[in-house]
Design a protein around this ligand. Structure first.
Ligand SMILES: Cc1ncc(COP(=O)(O)O)c(C=O)c1O
Length: 442
């Protein structure tokens, strides 16, 4: 055991932790000190099975050699190059490699450093695109209830998770929301995409009729909503959204920050559902979560609309100091190599039926009121404790960690999204942990 495993920082107060119950955590810290493949190791030397790919990002598993080596090499070769008005070879190589695996027609890539930044980039691109085309009145953005698009102002404005919005003022103006597609009374315990609810896409027609299409820039949705607790699109829903957007000249943005890079058993959700958006936001799995990176994919037509005016002029006044950072690019190339060599972008397809059966074997366990699954995503919804929403799921999370499994909870929903290298044996192990936890909590 390395010495690092014995280190415990003795003062936890300075670090204000993100999306964390800080006071609870600091009373009983949960610390990881190393990781390999499907497991984390805790500061007290226990192995914890990763049931969530970190935060939906470590799709190739932990500390994979190709990625580690690529980062080490790049850090010693070219640590940083200015992102504006300068380039370096591997950022172009990476963009080409990403376009190669992207849905057909998504020909250009803009780099960011996170999912939240990818979303802001996509929203700004959409509004600016219409202006470039002479339709400057198209500024409205349409999101969806329960949507999660990161934490920046654009993202929380189009997003629909109340606790992420209510503390932060009036947010962006000119935003409207479609209804979410969670219909437990009709679809509970559906295996894969649910049967009922495609007609909810028609709510977009109502919103268009209210505001007029000439004022709407874009619709943004997660093809499968993750952070809200896994809500699947009903059969035919995304196809309908696509049709309505096309009919009204509205750009369709798929936020593929969690669905991208193999999570559903296809490279992107756009491939899985056979629906191509105009803009696709990604992050997380692009670099296996190892170095922050995001990538926004756009259709040629959108990119080309900006390529006008004097050639010495900047075409899109947007970008980040770390857009296409060389070390992040190296991590992403190492990630893509690993995905390719191990067939990880489609491995979920083979495992999905096994995963589905394993998850649904939890039906009938205490507190379980719904189970949802798609690709290598699973959700187990628990009945909340009356008067104490989220408490039951949080107890499950802590118990699971103590038992040796990392799960994630949102509200009273347990969400699972393991690295795509998981074996059938490890699926059984993960589900058994959850089963035992459900039986042990109040
Ligand atoms: C769909 C979606 N969009 C955006 C984000 C934000 O990504 P980040 O936390 O990298 O900013 C997330 C994060 O979970 C996400 O699931």
């Amino acid at each position: 055991m390395s010495n690092r495993l014995k280190v415990t920082p003795n003062d936890l107060s300075a670090f204000w932790m993100p999306f964390t119950a800080n006071r609870q955590f600091k009373q009983a810290p949960r610390m990881f000190v190393s990781a390999k493949d499907m497991h984390y190791t805790t500061s007290d030397g226990r192995k914890v099975l990763d049931g969530t790919a970190g935060l939906w990002c470590v799709n190739a598993g932990h500390c994979r050699p190709k990625i580690t080596e690529a980062i080490q090499h790049q850090a010693a070769e070219l640590d940083y190059a200015p992102a504006f008005q300068m380039g370096h070879p591997i950022v172009f190589e990476l963009a080409n490699r990403l376009v190669d695996i992207a849905p057909k027609g998504m020909d250009h890539v803009f780099f960011t450093n996170s999912g939240s930044e990818s979303v802001e980039t996509a929203l700004k691109m959409a509004i600016a695109y219409h202006r470039m085309k002479g339709e400057g009145a198209r500024t409205r953005l349409i999101g969806r209830e329960r949507g999660y698009h990161g934490v920046n102002f654009g993202g929380i404005s189009v997003g629909g998770i109340v606790s992420n919005r209510k503390m932060f003022g009036t947010l962006l103006g000119g935003v409207d929301h479609m209804p979410h597609t969670h219909l437990p009374e009709k679809n509970a315990f559906s295996k894969g995409v649910p049967e009922y609810g495609a007609e909810l896409a028609n709510e977009l027609e109502r919103i268009v009729a209210l505001h007029d299409a000439s004022t709407i820039a874009a619709v943004i949705v997660e093809p499968v909503a993750g952070s809200t607790g896994v809500i699947l699109p009903p059969k035919g829903y995304l196809q309908k959204l696509r049709e309505i957007c096309t009919k009204h000249g509205i750009l369709l943005i798929f936020d593929e920050v969690i669905t991208g890079f193999g999570r559903l058993g296809a490279p992107f959700a756009a491939d899985y559902f056979g629906v191509t958006p105009d803009i696709m936001t990604t992050a997380k799995g692009v670099s296996n979560g190892v170095i922050p990176m995001g990538a926004v994919f756009v259709k040629k037509e959108i990119h080309d609309a900006f390529m006008t005016g004097p050639e010495h002029m900047i075409e899109f006044f947007h970008g980040y100091t770390y857009s296409g950072n060389p070390i992040a690019c190296a991590a992403a190339l190492g990630t893509l190599d690993t995905y390719k060599e191990e067939g990880l972008l489609t491995r979920g397809e083979e495992l999905a039926p096994y995963w589905e059966d394993a998850l649904h074997s939890l039906k009938g366990e205490p507190h379980v009121i719904d189970i949802r699954n798609i690709g290598l995503i699973g959700a187990i919804e628990l009945a909340p404790i009356a008067g104490s929403p989220t408490k039951r799921a949080f107890s499950a999370f802590v118990k699971a960690f103590e038992r040796g499994a990392l799960i994630r909870t949102t509200g009273d929903i347990i969400a699972l999204s393991p690295p795509l290298i998981i074996t059938k044996g490890q699926i059984n192990e993960l589900i058994d942990h959850v089963r035992e936890v459900l039986r042990s909590i109040d």
